[in-house]
Design a protein around this ligand. Structure first.
Ligand code: EPU
Length: 339
């Protein structure tokens, strides 16, 4: 096992802030995982599993523990029938390469999640989603190392308790599991409308009526390229805040001053308001503050163009949260995890 010491986390997280990890090691096979946890436990150190680092923010004080880079590969068909194909994918596979391969196979189910940075194993952690699809819709089960029982386990999708950008892996069971593979079932059927509004608009504008997985992938890539900054060019973590879930009363109160507030009714009776809209209304779109910049084409994205510190990020975050609260009485929450 190759263990590095005092490694800067900036190079392993796309926001590029924060200090050093005390130890950092890489796993390329599931069999290596238990030993890494045993070694960490013998030193009484926590383990943090890192994929592409595109949804994780490191703090300036760094991480006094073991960062485990999950680089477990694998892409295999485990079963298929007339309607569907079930695939087992190594947690360390690059997510978008997985999407591209499934689209090439003519399969539907994750094509709208094209061009999302990160790894396959990270997808269930925050129930990754975009343009009307989320991993919870296609996930069958997750293979993982369970550090609480020191055993390899299989967790069916129901056990992951998925909700909007959430699962047990970042909630009640945070730190317990190291996901080694995901098993997803994709459809041989063409993608079915109705599509997410922004996606449908793009398809209509480009006169695309043959809804193949490849056509959807191409459309999503074009939309994302226009709206989201490339983390390899300008450091960022995608959506920096979760969308806001508010009560009917809250929505009505906002409507008093902003009759045009965009909102989506949720199955549980609450309403989702795009936090990008709230931040935009608060006047932050395109603004620089505390060495950070709110993306000019999408106020939900915070970028780090001047090599800011976590402290800067924290100050910018606080200013945005406070301004949105002062204007709308809605308390918005950060989306990326913290190391
Ligand atoms: N809006 C504004 N101003 C802005 C940004 C957005 O007014 O600066 C309003 C617009 O009305 C727009 C609406 O917000 O129609 C919604 O924006 P968009 O469709 O771009 O989606 P989003 O709610 O901002 C979510 C996900 C994205 C995902 C897109 C598309 C979250 C936190 N974000 O963004 O996910 O790609 O939908 O499905 O749920 C990510 O998680 O990193 C991410 C990029």
């Amino acid at each position: 096992m190759n263990i590095s010491t005092d490694i800067s986390l900036k190079q392993y997280t796309t926001m590029q802030v924060g200090g050093n990890a005390r130890f950092l090691t890489e796993a390329t096979a599931a069999e290596e995982i238990p030993q890494i946890y045993h070694d960490a436990q013998s030193r009484q150190l926590p383990v943090f599993v890192l994929g592409g680092g595109s949804n994780v923010i490191a703090k300036d004080e760094g991480f006094e523990g073991v960062v485990l880079l999950n680089r477990i590969k694998g892409f295999e068909v485990v079963s298929e029938d007339e309607q569907s194909v079930t695939l087992k994918i190594g947690a360390g596979e690059v997510w978008d390469e997985v999407v591209a391969r499934t689209v090439d196979m003519g399969l539907s189910g994750i094509e709208a999640m094209s061009a999302i940075p990160g790894t396959a194993g990270a997808a269930p952690v925050q129930n990754v989603g975009a343009y009307g699809q989320e991993i919870a819709d296609t996930l069958v089960e997750v293979e993982a190392y369970d550090s609480a029982t020191d055993a390899m386990v299989v967790l069916p999708a129901e056990a992951c308790h998925f909700s909007y950008r959430h699962s047990i892996f970042r909630g009640s069971q945070m730190g317990r599991y190291c996901i080694t593979a995901i098993i997803i079932r994709l459809s041989r059927r063409a993608p079915q409308p109705p599509f997410y509004a922004g996606l449908q608009r793009y398809l209509d504008e480009h006169h695309i009526t043959n809804y193949t997985p490849a056509a959807i992938r191409q459309a999503v890539i074009a939309i994302r390229r226009d709206k989201l900054p490339d983390p390899t060019v300008t450091p960022n973590s995608g959506s920096f805040f979760k969308n806001a879930m508010v009560s009917q009363e809250m929505l009505d109160a906002i409507r008093q001053t902003h009759p045009d507030v965009p909102n989506y009714a949720m199955p549980d009776g609450t309403y989702k308001i795009p936090t990008g809209w709230l931040i935009d209304q608060a006047g932050f779109r395109g603004k620089e503050l505390h060495n950070m910049k709110i993306h000019d084409k999408n106020a939900l994205v915070l970028t780090n163009p001047h090599a800011a510190t976590y402290h800067d990020l924290e100050s910018a975050r606080q200013a945005i949260i406070q301004a949105v609260y002062d204007q709308f009485h809605v308390r918005i929450e950060q989306e990326p995890l913290e190391l």
